[in-house]
Design a protein around this ligand. Structure first.
Ligand code: FAD
Length: 398
């Protein structure tokens, strides 16, 4: 089959790498580079990113890692150990030790919550915030987790998604960092695609997708190419806008917004390679120090710290200022330099569909969607993208 892929983000490239083994595949990317929100930006020797925090939610054991291996990518992903710690009252605690920070009554309530969540014995119709709200610290910890991992507050996160995420966590474990960061993954996907004779066209903006009964067309200003199948890596909304197909039939996917601040530090802020969740910060939900995994992500003698916060109000400047105040408190007198501040919303959100608002990947036998507007249920970020890609590839190869 001849397959056209619209967009060369992680979703588009992963689909291409898998399909180009058995099909003729062409990728159309509007920018001069591929990777979308999952590649590196070299800034003064620091490997900052176009989006992601250089982390893969289930590390070397999750859906993305499995698909990368399946298509022949040699990506080394170092699992975090510990997965994450939580900073409360200036000290860092493992998840299980948080229960000892509250009074006996709250401890019993929190232990019951954790057991019920593990067994899936929970009301699926409520939000994670409602589930946690009877214990103040649990709600703060929940907000730090959903803010970091999903760019949502706990109240915006459906319990149904949390139950699926908990299952995935128990199956695959916590996050990991790929050597080379996001670009380490993208470079390998490009290598595999080229090896399979797949074609990647950059600076090729797609203006139209025409789906007919027996063929499909990808149209730009100077091209109109015929395919058997089209896979769009654009958001469902944008795909609908440029195609002749109705895609959003029910509720529109709701994007998630966030702010990332990259910090240079000689001394380093955290000693481990997992996430430091910050439930007590005004805005920042968590941070990582990716140079604890791969020193090449910063110039010699420096560490790279990346913080993330969900965008709580529409006043982006105020949100950034509050994030910067949090950083000042976290560094508590240590020397640091703010390298880059990025806000993600509108055309470039954190996720095109916040968890629980994703659409299906299969539109019809000629048009499919991949990417973070169509993640699999309970799939955190790129793991959710990988789940969607798996579904599309299986459907096309049927
Ligand atoms: P994109 O990366 O957006 O790719 C779509 C591609 O389509 C782009 O390259 C775009 O240029 C191209 N395109 C658009 N329009 C056209 C057109 N008309 N014609 C041709 N091409 C077009 N995920 C994690 O797993 N771990 C993290 O640590 C993490 N942290 C994050 C932190 C932040 C601040 C942000 C913003 C995101 C984070 N994510 C993280 C999420 C993750 O980065 C994204 O979900 C993922 O990269 C999206 O990939 P995608 O393929 O769906 O879309």
């Amino acid at each position: 089959m001849r397959i056209g892929i619209v967009g060369g983000g992680l979703g588009g490239l992963l689909t291409t790498a898998l399909l180009s083994k058995n099909h003729d595949v062409v990728v159309f990317e509007k920018l001069p580079f591929v990777g979308g929100r999952f590649t590196n930006i070299n800034y003064k020797g620091f490997q900052l990113t176009t989006g992601a925090l250089h982390m893969i939610p289930h590390g070397n054991d999750g859906y993305l890692a499995k698909l990368l291996r399946e298509c022949g990518c040699n990506v080394k992903i170092i699992n975090s150990n510990p997965d994450g710690l939580f900073r409360v009252n200036g000290k860092d605690y493992a998840y299980k030790d948080l229960f000892n920070l509250v009074g006996l009554k709250d401890k019993l309530k929190a232990l019951k919550m954790a057991a019920n969540l593990k067994m899936g014995n929970v009301d699926k119709s409520i939000s994670f915030g409602e589930f946690l709200e009877s214990v103040e610290l649990a709600l703060k910890v929940g907000n730090a987790f959903t803010g970091w991992a999903l760019s949502l507050t706990a109240y915006e996160t459906p319990m149904e998604e949390i139950i699926e995420m908990a299952k995935n966590y128990h199956k695959f474990g916590g996050p990991g960092v790929p050597i080379g960061g996001c670009k380490g993954v993208i470079d390998e996907l490009v290598r595999v695609i080229k090896n399979n004779n797949g074609v990647i066209k950059v600076e090729c903006e797609v203006k139209g997708i025409e789906i007919e009964d027996d063929k499909a067309y990808i149209i730009g200003e100077e091209f109109n190419e015929e395919f058997d199948v089209v896979v769009s890596n654009l958001s469902p909304k944008l795909t609908e806008k440029i195609s002749n197909v109705k895609i959003i039939k029910g509720k529109e996917p709701k994007p998630s917004k966030g702010i990332k601040i990259c910090v240079a530090t000689k001394e380093g802020l955290i000693k481990h390679n997992g996430v430091l969740f910050t439930p007590e910060c005004e805005r920042i939900n968590g941070l990582n120090q990716v140079t604890n995994v791969d020193i090449s992500l910063a110039p010699e003698g420096y560490h790279l710290v990346m913080t993330h916060q969900t965008q709580l109000t529409n006043n982006v400047k105020k949100e950034i200022d509050l994030g910067l105040e949090d950083i000042e408190n976290l560094f508590n007198g240590k020397d640091y330099e703010i390298l880059h501040i990025q806000s993600y919303r509108d055309e470039w959100p954190v996720n095109h569909a916040s968890n629980g608002t994703d659409l299906d990947n299969v539109i019809n036998d000629r048009l499919y969607l991949v990417g973070d507007g169509v993640k699999g249920k309970g799939g955190i970020e790129v793991e959710g993208i990988a789940m969607g890609v798996m579904k599309v590839v299986e459907h096309i190869n049927l």
